[in-house]
Design a protein around this ligand. Sequence first.
Ligand code: AMP
Ligand code: TRP
Length: 326
Amino acid sequence: MKRIFSGVQPTGNLHIGNYLGALRQFVDLQEENECFYCVVDMHSITVPQDPKLLRSHILDIAALYMAVGLDPKKATIFVQSQVSGHAELNWILTCNAYTGELSRMTQFKQKSQNKESAPAGLFCYPILMAADILLYDADIVPVGNDQKQHIELTRDLAIRINNKYGDTFVVPEGRFLKAGARVMALDDPTAKMSKSAPNEMSRIGLLDEPSKIKKAIMRATTDSEGVIRFDIENKPGISNLLNIYSAFSGKSVEEIEAQYEGQGYGSLKKDLVEITVDALTPIQQRFKEIRGSQLLTDTLNEGAARADAVAKKTMARVKERFGLGL
Ligand code: AMP
Ligand code: TRP
């Protein structure tokens, strides 16, 4: 049995990219592994947040975790800031990370671009992520490709500290999604679907109404060739729709191409609307039941207690290795 850790930030509602790229893997992994799934609220304050909205988003993400099928009996679901070990280990790792390696992180470069000054938290963000992972002795971290560099840094920190202080951390491995599993923006299929893109029609939120889903898919950018064929280079829009269709229907892309031979984009889009709505409706129903329930707060409090017990053990080991405390 492997130890799994992953986290999602409580910023805005999750979209189908998050679901197909991350959450669906989380659900599969819980069957045969010991999983820790975290709502990483401390990561989200690297950019300004409205406190009331943040609390509400934390509960949204946790409820969505459960709505997509995470089972609190199988997986530990919790909120990062409820376990103090994350912040503690973060500091110790910060003292072992180099400013040079942090300044090479592409996510930092992107997020600090065009800003006169960036919060130090944005710069140190990957260290906190390393702390999340190393605190639980995670073997495997399922994440999107965009997190590859952060996982590399986590591994470097673990190896560096193990070499210097003796065996302290498990060196984790990233489990990245296949290239085709990346969901692209509907309005611009060369960019990935993102929570923060200004155009609402660029994404499909897991909690979106059928009418919004329909609008976004029917307006999705395609091309003028008129042939339904998978070709990421020349037909990124249609290829993206085929990927989404395949992911929700379980059919292979080849099967779908054959099914729509000789048909126009309109019929593919129309069917994709139906398939997407059908996939999201049960998730939305469960979300409604869970979001305001006692079960949600109980799950998170129990999850935090379970996580804290593991974190305390790791921190005792780390402090002993570093000669901290008594
Ligand atoms: P984020 O929305 O950046 O907080 O990402 C949460 C998780 O979803 C991470 O594992 C991401 O890599 C994954 N993810 C985010 N956007 C996409 C996308 N468009 N396609 C596939 N996976 C994604
Ligand atoms: N940085 C990740 C993202 O933006 C979220 C995250 C924080 C995370 N801590 C983590 C993911 C630990 C995996 C493991 O998607």
